[in-house]
Design a protein. Structure first.
Length: 245
């Protein structure tokens, strides 16, 4: 990756980091190594809540975790998704049909909303109950195509790992298209005035042990980054003091 591309990715990382904090995810870090997927996460954030008292006991529950893949180059995005044009086009058509159907169902059947997630904006709808056989057929084909396109890429590995609840691609304008996203991933685009959520990620349940493990990795990476920053600053300060003496 060229120096310019690296700088653009870093810019996306910083923007995603700040956005996560604004959403209430109070611990975040860049470039988190995760052995379970054999890669580094560009950005990850978790929401740590204080323990709650339940029937005289303190209950400590793992908070939600959100991860981001930052893409400044379209070729890089397509390479990671292992996509092929014919499959992408069919997946695009199916997603357009699904979105149109879901918009109509959301309007006609407002009681389909589950309201069970921690965040209302990520609530799911029971579309399959009223969508009919055609709608269920679209979902099955979308799942099969997504598996073909992304089964060997890092996007799929991250979902299978089940170490996060929300997964987002953060990209410059035109790098990633909404209808090309792997199943359940969201898309955030960097615009001149900030980040814009184009596709909301679908909430994924994850075991507490995995979420705690991810929270530990985020905190450890953040601490290491601060240590390195302070070390550099102290070294520079020492050099300046030495020259003054």
């Amino acid at each position: 990756m060229s120096r310019g591309a690296v700088a653009r990715v870093k810019r996306l990382q910083r923007a995603a980091f700040c956005w996560a904090l604004q959403q209430g995810f109070n611990v975040a870090a860049l470039d988190i190594p995760v052995s379970q997927i054999g890669a580094r996460l560009d950005v990850a954030a978790c929401k740590l809540d204080p323990p709650r008292r339940v029937r005289g006991n303190f209950l400590l529950k793992a908070g939600p975790v959100m991860v981001f893949e930052c893409k400044a180059d379209r070729a890089d995005f397509l390479r990671d998704t292992r996509s092929e044009e014919q499959l992408r086009e069919r997946l695009r058509q199916l997603n357009q049909q699904r979105e149109s159907a879901e918009e109509a169902l959301r309007r006609d059947f407002p009681t389909l909303r589950e309201g069970v997630t921690l965040f209302p904006e990520f609530d799911v709808y029971r579309f399959q109950e009223v969508g009919g056989e055609e709608y269920r057929g679209w979902l099955e084909e979308i799942s099969e195509l997504s598996q073909q396109l992304y089964s060997r890429g890092r996007f799929s590995r991250m979902l299978k790992w089940r170490g996060a609840n929300l997964h987002y691609v953060v990209a410059e304008e035109g790098v990633a298209h909404a209808d090309e996203l792997p199943a359940n991933w969201g898309l955030i685009e960097l615009r001149p005035n900030g980040l814009l959520v184009l596709v909301k990620a679908i909430w994924q349940d994850a075991p507490d042990v995995n979420l705690w493990g991810m929270a530990t990795k985020i905190a450890a990476t953040a601490t290491k980054g601060l240590e390195e920053t302070l070390s550099v600053e102290l070294t520079r300060a020492g050099a300046v003091e030495g020259r003054l003496l």
